[in-house]
Ligand binder design. Structure first.
Ligand SMILES: NC(=O)c1ccc[n+]([C@@H]2O[C@H](COP(=O)([O-])OP(=O)(O)OC[C@H]3O[C@@H](n4cnc5c(N)ncnc54)[C@H](OP(=O)(O)O)[C@@H]3O)[C@@H](O)[C@H]2O)c1
Length: 287
């Protein structure tokens, strides 16, 4: 990679960002298409977020990704928010359109693309979602777009899940999204049989706590379950995925979502089709 006076800048705002694979994914894509762009990690502590956004503007950045813990906090510092990002209450991609900083959400489309790649479908199906944090918001929007039949939402904190659904029921309709019926369950309540998909949006099982499972290991999976998707990608096979596979249920990690949200952001910035296979290979590389 050669950095010149003309090199265009994008980056990743988060805290921390050192573990992120997005720089390797995007820089490989820029190199593959011969684009004079660079993607840099931008560790920004929460109190510095507003100053960081002003800094990006001042330094002529052309966009950024936004990750934990800034996805919601960044909204007041932008000139415009896409209807989808507004409905979800989370921005993961910033781009500059005629000098205005616009907040977008590519996680939703990233999840939908990743789901399609697995060969599984949520259409007309009952789906279990574990977790009610930031990632769950995007997954719920994706399930609304996929026209899932109903959702069983299980979260450690029951009240937070109830609040989330009340909030999304208000914010989805203005963006044209219709939330399927959602049943909020407590962790000790098993979902009913006949659920087709189980999606983990909690960090439970993420390295280094790789023995942990967000689904009680002794509890059988619902009868008829067709697939498990874990948004975690480190380790590549989580305990939850291993439990599913032992029960003969296909399981997929979160690399697909990471890849496809990145590909969409890449296209928003550069206007070019993202080199998906280059990006996928870069994500799988050890750094
Ligand atoms: N693959 C991708 O592209 C992608 C994209 C986004 C996120 N992710 C992954 O998704 C995960 C969640 O991210 P997030 O932004 O949604 O986080 P978040 O906003 O902090 O939400 C975390 C959720 O997990 C629950 N949780 C946390 N620790 C738990 C524990 N020990 N036991 C039971 N439940 C627990 C929380 O429950 P309470 O409400 O009770 O606190 C909350 O519902 C992370 O692993 C992240 O890496 C992946």
């Amino acid at each position: 990679m050669r950095i010149r006076g003309t090199t265009r800048l994008v980056g990743l705002l988060g805290w921390p960002v050192a573990h992120s694979r997005s720089p390797q994914m995007h820089n490989a894509a820029f190199a593959a298409l011969g684009l004079d762009w660079v993607y840099v990690p931008l560790p920004v502590a929460p109190p510095d977020l507003e100053a960081a956004i002003r800094g990006l503007r001042a330094m002529g950045f052309l966009g950024a990704n936004v990750t934990v813990p800034h996805k919601t906090a960044v909204i007041p510092y932008l000139d415009e928010i896409s209807p989808l990002a507004r409905a979800i209450g989370a921005v993961n991609t910033l781009r500059v359109v005629e000098g205005r900083w616009v907040g977008e959400n590519t996680d939703v489309e990233g999840f939908r693309q990743a789901l399609a790649e697995t060969g599984l479908s949520a259409r007309g199906q009952a789906v279990v979602v574990l977790g009610a944090g930031g990632a769950a918001r995007s997954v719920l929007a994706a399930l609304a777009m996929e026209e899932a039949r109903e959702i069983f939402l299980i979260n450690r904190s029951y009240e937070r899940a109830v609040r989330l659904i009340a909030e999304l029921s208000e914010t989805f309709p203005p963006a044209g999204l219709r939330l399927p019926p959602v049943h909020v369950l407590r962790p000790e309540e098993p979902p009913p049989e006949g659920v087709a998909l189980l999606i983990n949006t909690t960090p439970v099982g993420m390295a280094p706590e790789i023995e942990a499972s967000p689904w009680p290991p002794e509890r059988p999976f619902p009868w008829g379950l067709q697939g498990v998707i874990d948004l975690i990608y480190e380790p590549p096979q989580t305990r939850l995925m291993a439990l599913a596979e032992e029960a003969g249920i296909p399981a997929f990690n979160g690399l697909g979502m990471l890849l496809h949200q990145g590909a969409r952001a890449f296209t928003l910035w550069t206007g070019q089709e993202a080199p998906l296979e280059v990006m996928r290979a870069a994500l799988l590389e050890d750094v």
